[in-house]
Design a protein around this ligand. Structure first.
Ligand SMILES: [Zn+2]
Length: 168
């Protein structure tokens, strides 16, 4: 489980950045209450799962002309955080619905797929891969998946196709 320590993008006097680990988005709400999850204290070490979605509400502008910016990050396995939508600036008030829906999309469950043999349609397929020893976790970790594929049913080299998994 990655251990993170978040440092505010910007603080302005009494106006502080805040962080929340978002676990659910209520798209009927049009303000910060749309995001459920736990607040993460700034500059404090916390453990959080890989792939966690964290939002930051950043104070911007001057005391007189202030606004807030919404940022969203994905927590990586090494504890770093990747800023998502780096080319977009979300005004917390004016763009709130866009920001909310982008975060909701990130949390939406992905449709499951299956891998099948392009020759016979079997799901009993294998792909070559490479692992490397990780001395921290004391385990072999996947580092690469190669294109070469075999089908256990046709007994030979094949191409693998991705199909949506239906009926769940
Ligand atoms: Zn096959």
């Amino acid at each position: 489980m990655p251990r993170i320590r978040l440092t505010a993008s910007a603080n302005s006097g009494n106006r502080r950045s805040w962080y929340k680990h978002v676990t659910n988005v209520d798209c009927t709400k049009t303000n910060g209450y749309a995001f459920s999850g736990d607040f993460i204290p700034e500059d404090t070490v916390v453990d959080i799962e890989t792939g966690a979605i964290v939002i930051e509400c950043v104070p911007r502008g001057s005391v007189k002309h202030n606004w807030k910016e919404g940022k969203v990050y994905k927590i990586e396995a090494d504890g770093s955080s990747t800023l998502l939508f780096p080319d977009t600036t979300f005004d917390w008030r004016k763009d709130f619905l866009n920001f909310r829906d982008k975060v909701a999309e990130l949390l939406a469950p992905k449709d499951k797929v299956q891998m099948v043999c392009s020759t016979c349609g079997s799901t009993n397929v294998r792909r070559d891969a490479q692992v490397a020893w990780n001395t921290d976790t004391q385990d072999w970790e996947l580092t690469a998946v190669f294109d070469h594929a075999d089908c256990e049913d046709c007994g030979g080299e094949t191409n693998i196709e991705e199909q949506p998994l239906t009926g769940e």
